[in-house]
Design a protein around this ligand. Sequence first.
Ligand SMILES: Cc1cc2nc3c(=O)[nH]c(=O)nc-3n(C[C@H](O)[C@H](O)[C@H](O)COP(=O)(O)OP(=O)(O)OC[C@H]3O[C@@H](n4cnc5c(N)ncnc54)[C@H](O)[C@@H]3O)c2cc1C
Length: 164
Amino acid sequence: MLITKIRSRECRELLARLGFGRLACVSNNRPYIVPIYFSYDAECLYCFSTLGRKIEWMRENPLVCVEVDEISAHDDWLSVIALGHYLEFSNSPNDAKGQEYARSLIEKRALWWQSGYTAVQVRRNRKPAVPVFYCIQIEKMTGLRASPNTRENARTPRDALIRN
Ligand SMILES: Cc1cc2nc3c(=O)[nH]c(=O)nc-3n(C[C@H](O)[C@H](O)[C@H](O)COP(=O)(O)OP(=O)(O)OC[C@H]3O[C@@H](n4cnc5c(N)ncnc54)[C@H](O)[C@@H]3O)c2cc1C
């Protein structure tokens, strides 16, 4: 298996094509990671949620990480990691345009609102769900590609170590 870095253009293409990844946030040194959908546009991942743990944690600490991958086989995959900043579009008039723009991108996906309401059904407090539009502003991004190495015949980890 050959591992190579991919260019930022390819990273962006993957984000735009998949629109799905894992969002990690941290509170009091404890990480929390959830699968989410997003819409990628101009170095931002636009997302919809309802108020819950991840939103509370990101409000407290806006530094987050998103991982996206496309796996065709164990030796044929793409993976992108983006470090970014949480930015919420509140209901204030100042954020109206941002929220409208986020919504216009997100609602291109059928039933876009459904996943954001997933947790509502299992949350203990039966308060009405509070919708939240936000984006992750990407600050740094890296991408890797694995591709089959046809000349490789290492069958065990030991073989691979010896060959390298
Ligand atoms: C394919 C897919 C796409 C999704 N897309 C979105 C999306 O676009 N927007 C969105 O808001 N949510 C999405 N979800 C749901 C998301 O993963 C979270 O479950 C949800 O957002 C609630 O997170 P929260 O922090 O608000 O949880 P809370 O309601 O605050 O609940 C916290 C508790 O629930 C547990 N929990 C929360 N989520 C999960 C989970 N996924 N699996 C196991 N335990 C969990 C936590 O460990 C914790 O105990 C998606 C899930 C999947 C599988």
